[in-house]
Design a protein around this ligand. Sequence first.
Ligand code: ADP
Length: 599
Amino acid sequence: MNKDIFKLLKGSALFKRFLILFIVLATVPVLVMGGVSVYLVDLAHRQDVSQLELQLIDQKIEEIDKFFIDTAGTLELTVDILGEQIPYDQQQFILSSILASNSAFHELGFLALNGRVNSKRSYEQGELSPVGNFLDEAVFMVPASGKKYIGEVHYSNSEPMVTLAAPVRKRDQQTNAPGDIIHILYAETSLEELVTSMENAGVGTGGYVVLADSSAKLIARGDTQDYEAGIDISSTGRVQEVLDGASFNALDDGDRYTSSFSGVPVVGAAKQVPVTGWALLVEWPLSDANAILSDVRGKVVQFSVFALLAVILLAPLFAARLINPINKLEEAARAIEKGKLDTRVDIKTGDELEGLGETFNKMVEGLKRLQELKDEFVFVAAHELRTPVTAIKGYLSLILEGSAGKISDQAEKFLNQTKKANDSLNQLVNDLLEIARSDAGRLEVETAPVNIGEPAKSTVEQLQPLADEKNITLSYNTDIKAPSVIADEKRIKEILVNLAGNAIKYTQEGGRVELFHEVKDGMVATHVKDNGFGISEEDQKELFSKFYRVKTDKTKNIQGTGLGLFIVKQLVEKMGGKIWVNSKEGEGSDFAFTLPVAE
Ligand code: ADP
């Protein structure tokens, strides 16, 4: 099958056309589907990435919210007291219990409404002396106006800290609701817990969080590199934009950039933290975020390549299925053109091509019938012509011999011409009969052991007068004795007369014609060699075809039918031999035929 396909690839334009058509028809959808899949997967993946990053941001914002509820929230007290201030001892008691409730608190203190520190307590040192006045500072002013205060991030012994403060109210005796502000409670609070949580937060294996406070100072960074907390990062990445209220969702092309933090291409999302005004960024290295995508892409490419390979392997088979019947028809048509009218095609495709094959076979049968009719006609016509031609020949001989009385020289000359023409006609009739027999498979050959020397000698004797007329030396060289052959003696004679007759006909006056034998591989080859006109290579190819005659200046006036060599070939082959010619124009020809040696 493969060999056939290679042959088709080389030789059949239609096969190539079908092949290209199949490949294009199958490849285009595969490529389009592959492309669309990659695009859709990409789109879905972008959304997944965005969702994951936004989820992380929201989770972290919630965590920050919770941190400040747990810290700043606990500072907002409502107390049941009689006087206008909480007594000092009671203040200390409250401070120590708040310090014990949350380890983020490092130092706490009550402020009086004049901004002075009433009492102070630290987690490590316990009670501290109450010094300081915060009247003009936000830590006092904001809670004094009834709101919670969250200060800027600062660093104490490189620990991130934030000052929190909230109003402390006295419970209204009548309404039981929080009433007037009587103190401000402030707390120096460690952000260590939040920082650790931010540093450990991640998405995928490489995604990380960056947190900056409202004045663009770095609070925490989760990538693998060391960082210096507290530095200004307002000019880095999109921190300032986020602090100005912008948010990013990792869906836009602009959300893919090279990070100023990790230095690698990332896809980033960012939001401002509502409770503190801080900026929270999530950055995910593209190599990591797209790892799954590359995997899926790889699979799509793999599938497409597999599909394309399948197409490339199957397309020739499909194309061959279509082309083979057409090639069969073409081959059969060529065989028929060469006269092999027994050729039939066998196409079993179950479609129009099979129908075409059947019609083709019917057409060939018709052709064969016509051929048989023609052969029959030629045979009958030649057969019927033989009797009158033979009669004419007989009577002409009688007249020329003087049996009908003396004839004038002029009449004798004309009658001789008539006899020559009648001989040619006789030869033609005989040749046609032989051909008709051969075409009908009725060429009769009766084989028996034959001494080939006999017909050879007799041929030379018969043609001697013809050779003498042209002063040609006709000889039979018996240096090599031929063993007996299995053949039909009469037919050998016919063959030799034909070949030697041609040799004399197509050799100039004074030439040479020689018959001799050669014994080789169980065969006797008989040569009829002349030094006459010779035959061109082109003519040699067609020489043994029906009615073929060489047309040159030298041969144009020589009479003939072009049937002799055709009949000779049929006879030789019928007797199991082969015939060929070696010839060169202007130098002569050597016709030879083989016959099997008798055991
Ligand atoms: P015919 O001789 O009747 O034309 P043949 O079939 O015997 O037909 O020969 C076919 C052609 O071959 C001849 O027309 C002739 O040109 C060429 N031919 C045959 N024998 C020879 C030969 N010995 N030398 C040169 N040409 C030859």
